[in-house]
Design a protein around this ligand. Structure first.
Ligand code: MLZ
Length: 265
């Protein structure tokens, strides 16, 4: 439709280029997602990465799975690529002589865990080993350059993949800035982080790419083809949300973050 975001137009309008796919720790051909909702697997507890738990696939989005730890609530869902090293078939833990752990925030009495585990796995559909894909290798060096465009997971809203720009590079660290947003979502990460993707990733995987935010759009840069929202009208005053500040989409050197890696809030 008319209101859709198209990288091709956007790159032209912003006079920018996508980061080459060789920069990313992602498969050049995105892995097939053959998982089904309801399948069970083992996953590292994101809140306690040393423990391995039972998880259920509660959603499929592109090459990612929406996961929920069995015995946990529905407010701590997390997303993993099908080639993430954080997930493995049921039985892997036991084969390695480890025990499946209750998730952090396991809501029942700890003594009920062994029986809970038996019941949650009994008669369940376990994801077959062939659905888990091998993690791609790290690119040997950080080849990202300031200004390159990419698609990146918004860590504050991890189901969202959004258009982004490399804002800074320091050694093995890169600064991810989200196009059209104030900077409240921006973050430093390693160049081989699994949360960043080349331009076109979502189109290839069928995942949803969010449109850029609406800040810094002026009559020279039309982002999407529907009429612009009046400045200040899109976010009513006084609401608890990330309040945008005007910032050009095509960032200039002077607007780049000056902080060192990990110093951002
Ligand atoms: N609900 C949030 C979503 C912001 C997403 C930004 N992603 C870079 C908001 O509207 O503030």
């Amino acid at each position: 439709g008319l209101d859709e975001f198209h990288w091709e137009n956007y790159l032209k309008e912003t006079g920018s280029l996508g980061a080459p796919s060789e920069c990313f720790r992602q498969s050049k051909v995105p892995p097939a997602n053959e998982f089904k909702v309801g399948m069970k697997l083992e996953a590292h507890d994101p809140r306690n990465m040393t423990s391995i738990c039972v998880a259920t696939v509660v959603g499929i989005t592109g090459a990612r799975l929406r996961l929920r730890l069995d015995g946990s609530d529905n407010r701590n869902d997390f997303w993993r690529l099908v080639d993430s090293p954080d997930i493995q078939p049921i039985g892997t833990c036991e084969k390695e002589g480890d025990l499946l752990q209750p998730p952090l925030g396991y809501q029942m009495n700890a003594s009920s865990w062994p029986m809970f585990l038996l019941r949650t796995l009994n008669g369940s559909e376990m994801a077959p080993a062939t659905l888990f894909k091998k993690e791609p290798p790290k690119p040997p060096i950080n080849n990202f350059k300031v200004g390159m465009k990419l698609e990146a997971i918004d860590k504050k809203n991890p189901y969202m993949i959004c258009p982004a720009t490399i804002g800074d590079v320091k050694g093995d660290e890169i600064y991810i800035t989200f196009d059209g947003w104030s900077g409240a979502f921006d973050y430093w990460c390693k160049y081989d982080c699994r949360d960043i993707f080349p331009v076109g990733w979502c189109r290839l995987t069928g995942d949803v790419l969010q449109p850029p935010g609406t800040q810094g759009i002026d009559n020279k840069v039309s982002l999407i083809s529907h009429p612009l929202i009046e400045e200040g009208q899109e976010h009513p005053q006084g609401l608890e949300r990330e309040v945008p500040v005007t910032k050009s989409i095509a960032k200039t050197q002077s607007s780049l973050p000056k902080a060192a890696p990990h110093s951002m809030p």
